[in-house]
Design a protein around this ligand. Structure first.
Ligand code: 0L1
Ligand code: MG
Length: 260
């Protein structure tokens, strides 16, 4: 039985307020029978609140695409969320961490969608460009603890992203070295192979999973393919850089007071 509309909108409002006030909330209690469709319905209601405030959808993100991330958060399924223009940080720009609860940052690969995507469209025909990227995540739940439906409802912890220089998709994407640096020190190393074996699979999963909820990738949107390493805490003053072999770098800094 689908989640009753009043419970769905109440949970969306609670998560929205948590983000707006940078105050963590307890994990929800889902009624018996609630499933990921219910959780995506809450995510959609949460997004509608953000769009009603004037934000614009600029893309989608894939989450938990690597074993490292699944193990880090104790969840074992690929998930997706929505990106708005408010989350975009210019490459080299600053994120105000005082507006976030317990932010973390992770190195990613981003795709630029070249045309409206139909079911069955493949990576080569739909993706116009590829770039190194950083994602800032910030669970709205206390202690960064959640179940699968919890994190889907919370828009997969999406909070910010920075994208490095775009370039035409290279022929090989499946095993590029990835570094995450903080203040010039390497804090995580990985490979794009950690992203579903090949980040291009993240495109296929986005088409399949978002399509199940009636959402299609649009021309000009960004798709964050997922992280190649575990995420690390983002503290004020940090200078962060993702380096992806052959693709270059994306960077951001953290400003503001520490809320963690
Ligand atoms: O982008 C991600 O992989 C994050 C998905 C949600 C889980 C988390 O907050 O770590
Ligand atoms: Mg991510």
């Amino acid at each position: 039985m689908p989640l009753p509309q009043d419970e769905l909108t109440a949970l969306a409002a609670r998560l929205d307020d948590a983000a707006l006030t940078a105050t963590a909330v307890p994990q929800p209690t889902w009624p018996p029978g609630a499933d990921t469709d219910d959780a995506y319905a809450v995510q959609s209601a949460l997004m509608n609140r953000q769009l009603a405030r004037g934000e614009r959808t600029v893309g989608l993100k894939m989450g938990l695409t690597s074993r490292a991330k699944m193990v880090q958060v104790g969840v074992s399924e690929v998930i997706w969320g929505r990106l708005t223009d408010r989350m975009r940080v210019p490459d080299g720009g600053a994120v105000d961490v005082s507006t976030l609860i317990h932010p973390r940052v992770e190195p990613e690969v981003a795709f630029l969608i070249g045309r409206d995507v139909l079911p069955g469209d493949d990576f080569a025909s739909a993706v116009a460009a590829v770039a190194p990227a950083l994602e800032v995540i910030d669970s709205r739940y206390a202690d960064f603890r959640f179940s699968l439906p919890d994190v889907i409802a919370d828009n997969t912890s999406a909070a910010g992203f920075a994208i490095g220089p775009w370039q035409p998709p290279p022929t090989a994407l499946a095993n590029l070295g990835v570094l995450l640096e903080i203040d010039g020190r390497v804090v995580q190393t990985g490979s794009t192979a950690a992203i579903l074996g090949d980040p291009r699979r993240a495109f296929e999963e986005a088409v399949r999973l978002a399509g199940r909820q009636g959402v299609r990738l649009r021309e000009g949107w960004v798709l964050l393919a997922g992280a190649a390493t575990a995420a690390v805490p983002l503290a004020p003053g940090a200078q962060v850089r993702a380096v992806v072999e052959g693709l270059g770098t994306a960077s951001l800094s953290a400003k503001g007071d520490d809320r963690a």
